[in-house]
Design a protein around this ligand. Structure first.
Ligand code: ARG
Length: 474
């Protein structure tokens, strides 16, 4: 077994100067974050390298020391990547584990790395970098999902299906149009994550414990080196807020909510009662007892993930509320929920993209359902307004009587004859029958943003151009 690098310390070897006995077992257990914050190792090392470089450039440590520190940090990064790093709970967190390992690797200069910084600005920096990395990953994954949706929408720009309100048949729409609704939602989700990223992108490093430092540091240099737009402007704020994580989790919650709606629709669409789509075997599971079953587990789990995501947002919001400035250890609780929430969203996005790519609509079932439930009644009312100049309210009333007639006979509107219509209102003409077909109904919806196949095709192609161009650039 590897030796615990923190085990020998009588008190914590990083801050044990004024302590004579080790922490109680339970103290160590509640205090340590290494079990989860080791995920920040890459970001921690990135931040430390930038800090060491800056310290040397500002003449606070020697160039020679900085070189050894940076070489040591790179060696540790390799160890972390290869899974060789031995993490110690006695060393509490990722920051002290890395520093302790650095001491073992390069000796005395390691102790100079922590000049003009504190774990408070260090963790704030690491965590921002981590959240920023995840936002970038999520943005790319969401673009993939949009691409899958837009491609499917382009192929099915003219595939009619029922449009619902109250989950009751309302008016016919096209499958492509329905899918493009999600492309729009996800576009806004990406916008929200992008907004969070823009506000997040200020560097807390150099705020030190809470008050700044007396060393002549160059915060602009470290901000620059880490890809931040600028340093944060107030040292107290720098170490004490986690609004960047909250904002990201809020945006993630909304995105998760959108995914859960699409997931729910998939669950409904694959039921034998609807039979609107078929999911591939890749995204379907069987039952251990019922041989006929094809269960949409990936959709169900994507639908469920929003629980963790919105739960993470709530959890961190409750941790942060009422905390006095500046840092409090409460804030260590920011990580697990954020990790879990953003991991969950990433998983759901990828699963949804796979399902959308693979799913195939059953056009006949969709068309059949699109014509049921008197879904073209509005088209008939519109005909009365357009052709006979009836006020819409009167047209609505006349059409209501036509629907009642069809209902009484147990037939759909398309089955009615001209004489049937005339029996309700003698002014009906033959061309009124044309508007009762679902194809003509969707074709007529040419208003901007409407479901007419020509609109849908144009919108889908517009999205595809934009998304493919962005993907080629990335
Ligand atoms: N592990 C700590 C956290 O995640 C690092 C900061 C500790 N700062 C302190 N003053 N004890 O919040």
């Amino acid at each position: 077994m590897s030796k615990d690098p923190g085990a020998k310390a009588s008190a914590n070897k990083m801050w044990g100067g004024r302590f004579s006995v080790s922490p109680a077992e339970i103290m160590e257990e509640i205090n340590a974050s290494i079990g989860f914050d080791k995920r920040l190792a890459t970001q921690d090392i990135r931040g430390s390298k930038a800090h060491a470089q800056m310290l040397a450039a500002a003449g606070i440590i020697t160039k020679e020391d900085a070189k050894r520190i940076i070489a040591g940090l790179e060696q540790i990064l390799g160890e972390v990547d290869r899974g060789e790093m031995v993490w110690s709970r006695a060393l509490e967190d990722v920051h002290m584990n890395v520093e302790s390992r650095l001491k073992d690797a390069i000796g005395e200069p390691a102790g100079r790395l922590h000049t003009a910084r504190s774990r408070n600005d260090q963790v704030a920096t690491d965590f921002r970098l981590w959240v920023r990395d995840r936002i970038d990953d999520l943005d790319a994954a969401l673009a993939e999902l949009q691409l899958a949706l837009a491609r499917k929408a382009d192929s099915h720009a003219a595939t009619v299906m029922p449009g619902f309100t109250h989950l009751q048949p309302a008016q016919p729409v096209t499958f492509g149009h329905h899918l493009l609704a999600y492309v729009e939602m996800i576009g806004r989700d990406r916008g929200r994550l992008g907004d969070a990223r823009a506000r997040l992108n200020e560097c807390p490093l150099g705020a030190a414990a809470l008050a700044g430092t007396s060393f002549p540091i160059d915060r602009h240099a470290t901000a620059d080196a880490l890809g931040f737009d600028r340093p944060t402007a107030n040292s107290l704020d720098s170490v004490s807020d986690r609004d960047f994580a909250l904002e990201t989790l809020a945006a993630a919650s909304i995105c998760g909510m959108h995914l859960s709606r699409l997931a729910e629709e998939i669950v409904i669409w694959v039921t034998p009662q609807f039979g609107f789509i078929k999911l591939s075997d890749r995204f379907t599971t069987g039952s251990s007892i019922m041989p006929q079953k094809r269960n949409p587990d990936a959709a169900e789990l994507s639908r469920a993930k929003v629980g963790r995501i919105a739960g993470g947002f709530q959890s961190l919001l409750m941790v942060m509320k009422g905390l006095p400035l500046a840092y409090s250890k409460d804030m260590q609780e920011d990580k697990e929920v954020t990790f879990d929430a953003l991991d969950s969203l990433g998983l759901a996005v990828a699963a949804m993209a796979g399902m959308v790519e693979d799913m195939e609509p059953n056009a006949d079932a969709m068309r059949g359902a699109a014509g049921r439930g008197y879904s073209t009644a509005t088209d008939l009312a519109d005909w009365l307004v357009r052709e006979l100049k009836l006020p819409f309210r009167d047209a609505h009333h006349v059409t209501g009587r036509v629907v009642a007639l069809a209902e009484g006979r147990g037939v759909e509107l398309e089955a009615l004859s001209l004489d049937d219509l005339k029996s309700i209102d003698p002014r009906f003409r033959r061309d009124a029958l044309d508007v009762l077909s679902v194809d003509n109904s969707v074709k007529s919806r040419t208003s901007y943003g409407g479901t007419a196949p020509q609109n849908v095709r144009k919108m889908a192609r517009g999205w595809l151009r934009k998304l493919e161009k962005a993907a080629a650039k990335a």
